[in-house]
Write a protein that binds this ligand. Sequence first.
Ligand code: BES
Ligand code: MN
Ligand code: ZN
Length: 514
Amino acid sequence: MAPTVAIAPTPVESAETDLLAVPVFTGGALGPGGEALDAALGGDVTSVLAETGFKAKAGEAVFVPVAGRVAAGAAVLVGLGERDRLDLAVLRRAAAGLARAARVRTDVTTVATTLAEVVPDGAEKTDAVRAVTEGLLLGAYRFTAYKSEPDGSELERIELLGRGGARLARTVERAATVCEAVAWARDVVNEPSGGKSPAAFAEMARERLEGRGVEVSILDEAGIEAERLGGVAGVGQGSARPPRFVTVTYSPPKARATLALVGKGVVFDSGGISIKPSSGMETMKTDMSGAAAVLAAMSVLDALDVKAKVVAYVPMVENMPSGSAIRPGDVLRIRNGKTVEVLNTDAEGRLILADGLARAVEDGADAIVDVATLTGACVVALGEKVAGLMGNRDPFVDQVRGAAERAGERVWHLPLPADYKALLDSSVADIQNISEGRWGGALTAGLFLEAFVDGTPWAHLDIAGPARASRDDGEHLKGGTGFGVRTLVELASSFRRPAARDRDPDRAGGRHGS
Ligand code: BES
Ligand code: MN
Ligand code: ZN
């Protein structure tokens, strides 16, 4: 169970909690509640700062003995770095560090902090409350499904010490709703593939979405065949566990625009006949992170009272080598009739996404976003923490970029150079699934996808890096991160149908000219 979060105007010295956390800046300036704590502890805060040489770098923490002089069981000073470098990301990271530190101590189940009273320049109080709530809740996450013994404590209650009010209470509630969705995404990403066949994953999605104001439909392998979803059928045919295609519709009354989300749901990517090296292959249980992010976002749209219509298209397959698998050289026919020569069966994500994109176009979406752990090349380009963002219309790309920024998820806009399209020319089919030559793999994957959106405003998030963390880091714990959920929820909440001139494929080529 996730901890509860409440705002309470309790003075620091009387907060009844296992762990009281007060921020400090580099140079020793105390944050909100610092002076009061120092006074209650007879100047011990000041002496600890002086004697330990604590630099208060962002993410650092030092304990101050309380010895019964305040109501809290223990007190910790949380570093926020330089005051004039403070931003929401630092605040979120510090809050996450606090939650992680609390969980290491087996005797801590409640935390109280004044962190949310620190408002970075240019931000609002609500932004600070949101960042701190997210940091605490996401940092408190653990994947314990397969642990026989609990390791560390389970946080039960978090108090944000400071002045509240209805607006801030609503901010906390919204942040908690989003974080709970992120936790679900992390859970399904962390789930081993053995228990995550396409059918099982589709059932997890159905269960999650039940009673959440959306309609769910699941196509099985026969339905996929009948609907001519040739990419999904083709990639799925090598596995003993057949594919599924999940559609989720959120349709509020009076919606004026429709956003489509497409998520890559490869429950395990062995590479297929173009098999991957065994080293690191276990991480490919996370190759359904895009699907997880899309489904998690869909699950909270109703609770967050999103005004736009949002439809999710989620292909689920297992990419396996076998006697029934697709071979290099095989040709698949995608839903929209286009044929693809499969030169590498490990470039499977784009094949199943193509069907999802084609479906979204067919249903008349005003704009489409796909989210996928698509290419190792994107990780080479941007590292493990930043997602690649590509698209065919700059104004819509900017909407997605703005949403990611407000949500605190890092993305970087990459180009889709029109002249690179030729690298995907096939001698037998309409297009081939890998580019000629090894360079620019994230971009050629993006260009492949663009061939299936038929000019609809579209953005592509390659989350191959940030979908998974290789160590604990800020609000991300080792394993699935749930990256993309916060951005998608933010985008859906603020979605505006791109202006007509931005939708004209002949007039708006984008800065990179596609
Ligand atoms: N799922 C992988 C991409 C991936 C790589 C995700 C590393 C996370 C970490 C994808 O299906 C894949 O195998 N892509 C190939 C494409 C290549 C064959 C053109 C890749 O990136 O090597
Ligand atoms: Mn692959
Ligand atoms: Zn893959």
